[in-house]
Design a protein around this ligand. Structure first.
Ligand SMILES: NC(=O)c1ccc[n+]([C@@H]2O[C@H](COP(=O)([O-])OP(=O)(O)OC[C@H]3O[C@@H](n4cnc5c(N)ncnc54)[C@H](O)[C@@H]3O)[C@@H](O)[C@H]2O)c1
Length: 361
């Protein structure tokens, strides 16, 4: 990168631990910018949207929220959801509203095993494990298609339909994204997750598109695995995974399993990308608002800080991004760990250690 660049970032901490981990991520990014010798900086604007905003206004975000966000280089998101507001209202009103309207169709969720973090997988002690879940993020089971009480049969007899939408265009673009990503990795392999034995329309289309796209990538190994078998494979043969491409729901579940295998949900980073860059992309930890530990300084900030590194990659700052990842590894290797990964450090302790490990001039 030449010259100095200031990136306009919209911060949306939203609810629960989202606020704690976004604050931590901002501290790390600001420290990095301050140590960059003026090479880059961040112009932050924070939006107080979320469940409290909903309680005051009846909306999860401002009415012109999407129009306002459109002018930013990226969105840095915490987590949404709080007891008292139904989860489908909070999720659709904020996070999904942004993902879907900004066509952030590729959700990239790396599963990283960190030094010093105990994994429930015995083989993690002796095997290098590292894979990425690529989630179709615009349609599938989360297309929002369906209805309730269609027949009006009365109390106790209600009917609900929730349909999944699979389009050839939607399947093809996420699969090409997965294959292109596989070409950047040591192991060039894409595993497609399916359920075409039981779901004979959408998932059979998914499989057909996968086979067709694979023909354009003869240098990339492929496999197609049923989602139930893939859950077992995550536990029993994770060394055989490199890029895992899956539908919205399947990848949502499998990426939580992956981060739990790596030691905690609090470690997992993610990027919701609009690869064409017509809209800002959004970077957020995989975890939710964790009401059980919110406000107690117990939240692990590593998922959010890792998401900040993904944001830097997207903004064209790969070296600062690599610096953050190295700081994460040094911090966990030194045993500065929050409670969820077996330590006693508070969110602030880990954040401070991360900043120290950036080893800025
Ligand atoms: N992307 C999102 O905004 C998102 C994702 C998932 C769930 N949610 C919402 O979050 C709320 C709570 O959902 P949930 O309990 O199913 O999932 P959750 O991810 O909030 O919590 C699951 C478990 O992981 C732990 N955990 C999560 N983040 C952690 C962190 N940073 N450090 C340490 N431990 C952490 C929690 O303490 C809890 O035990 C709900 O309202 C749900 O709808 C939001």
């Amino acid at each position: 990168m030449t010259g100095s660049r200031t990136f306009k970032i919209a911060a949306i901490p939203a609810d629960g631990v989202g606020r704690e981990v976004v604050a931590a991520g901002r501290e790390v990014l600001d420290a990095l910018a301050a140590g960059s010798g003026g090479a880059f900086g961040f112009d932050w604007q924070e939006f107080g949207w979320g469940c409290e905003y909903y309680a005051r206004t009846g909306r999860m975000m401002a009415e012109d929220g999407l129009a306002v966000l459109k002018g930013f280089d990226a969105i840095y998101f915490g987590a949404v959801g709080w007891p008292g507001v139904p989860d489908h209202i909070s999720l659709w009103g904020l996070r999904l509203a942004i993902c879907q309207n900004f066509d952030q169709w590729a959700n990239v969720r790396p599963v990283r095993f960190l030094p010093g973090v105990p994994s429930p997988l015995r083989r993690a002690d002796v095997t290098d494990l590292d894979w990425v879940v690529v989630r179709e993020n615009s349609e599938g089971e989360y297309a929002g298609l369906g209805g309730r009480n269609l027949s009006g049969r009365g109390p106790g007899s209600e009917v609900a339909v929730q349909s999944a939408l699979f389009t050839e265009v939607g399947c093809e673009r996420i699969m090409r994204f997965a294959f292109d990503l596989a070409r950047t990795r040591t192991r060039r392999k894409v595993s497609s997750v399916t359920k075409s034995n039981a779901q004979q329309y959408g998932m059979v289309l998914w499989d057909d598109v996968f086979r067709r796209v694979a023909r354009d990538y003869p240098d990339v190994e492929t496999e197609s695995v049923l989602v139930d078998a893939m859950s077992a494979k995550f536990v029993l043969r994770p060394e055989d995974l490199s890029v895992v491409v899956a539908s919205n729901l399947h990848a949502d579940i499998l990426s939580d399993l992956g981060s739990a295998l790596a030691g905690s949900l609090g470690l997992a980073a993610s990027a919701n990308l609009n690869p064409e860059r017509r809209f800002p992309s959004m970077f957020e930890p995989v975890h939710g608002s964790a009401p059980d530990i919110a406000g107690q300084g117990l939240a692990n900030p590593i998922g959010a800080v890792g998401s900040a590194a993904m944001m830097l990659d997207h903004l064209g700052l790969p070296r600062p991004a690599a610096r953050i990842r190295a700081a994460i590894e040094a911090t966990t290797a030194a045993g500065v760990l929050t409670r969820d990964v077996g330590g006693t450090a508070a969110t602030d302790d880990v954040t401070k250690a991360l900043i120290d490990e950036l080893r800025l001039p």
